[in-house]
Design a protein around this ligand. Structure first.
Ligand SMILES: N[C@@H](CCC(=O)N[C@@H](CS)C(=O)NCC(=O)O)C(=O)O
Length: 231
């Protein structure tokens, strides 16, 4: 780690949105203090630093105002440290395309996982699984276009979309196993399948991914405990 600028990150281990920020902090070799948040009993620090959403992650940079929302945080870090492992492309059109797919992932693709968890009905579950598979095929096409034939969405190394989608891979695996279907596989999404292996073993990511026990604990908490706000 090279920089120590007084960063504090409020988070929980099983949160992909928190992992997303950790990926970027690691890519940019930024030291930070990790403050574990209990979402079942939120701290005063979380409630005052993210009063609008009351969610993790929140990044606190020295004595500046806290920054909530994972995408806002990672773009802030990219703007603050443009010379160390830039994650967004320099071309405005490429940047727009990256942001478009990030919005698709956060607002359309990943929410389907939550819908699948909440739906007790078998037929509805099958319909949601189909939508998730269709979504993964769209993401395969996005990968082909954005990566321009290279190993990552970001080109030769991990960039913005590698972080934005990569943070969900532990959950993808968990959901695949629990619901007995493949979201990313050799036949329908061959390029993404190879990309997944690269992300799992990437130096900046591999130690951040939560284990299956951590995911199961959060999953059980969500099933039994109604969070004060929508997760
Ligand atoms: N759009 C937010 C989503 C963050 C989010 O959903 N965080 C969850 C943990 S995975 C949370 O803090 N939930 C607490 C709650 O809903 O009360 C981001 O990108 O940071």
């Amino acid at each position: 780690m090279t920089k120590s600028d007084g960063f504090k990150l409020l988070g929980t281990a099983a949160s992909p949105f928190v992992n997303r920020v950790q990926f970027v902090l690691n890519l940019k070799s930024i030291e930070y203090e990790y403050i574990v948040e209990n979402l079942a009993c939120k701290s005063e620090l979380l409630l005052t630093s993210n009063p609008v959403y009351q969610k993790v992650p929140v990044l606190i940079h020295a004595n500046k105002p806290p920054i909530p929302e994972s995408l806002v945080i990672i773009e802030y870090l990219d703007e603050m440290y443009p010379d160390v492992h830039p994650i967004l492309p320099s071309n405005p059109l490429d940047r727009a395309e990256n942001r478009f797919w990030a919005s698709y992932i956060d607002n359309k693709f990943f929410p389907l996982f939550e819908e699948l968890r909440k739906t007790p009905d078998k037929e509805e579950k099958e319909a949601i699984k189909k939508q998730i598979i269709e979504g993964s095929q769209l993401l395969e096409e996005a990968f082909v276009k954005v990566s321009k034939g290279k190993d990552y969405f970001g080109g030769d190394d991990a960039g913005y979309l590698d972080v934005v989608l990569g943070c969900f891979l532990a959950w993808v695996k968990f959901v695949e196993k629990r619901n007995e279907f493949n979201i990313i596989d050799e036949v329908r999404t061959p390029k993404l399948k190879k990309w997944v292996n690269r992300i799992w073993s990437h130096e900046a990511f591999k130690d951040v991914f939560p284990g299956s026990e951590t995911l199961m604990n959060l999953f059980m908490m969500l099933q039994t405990h109604k969070p004060p706000r929508k997760i």
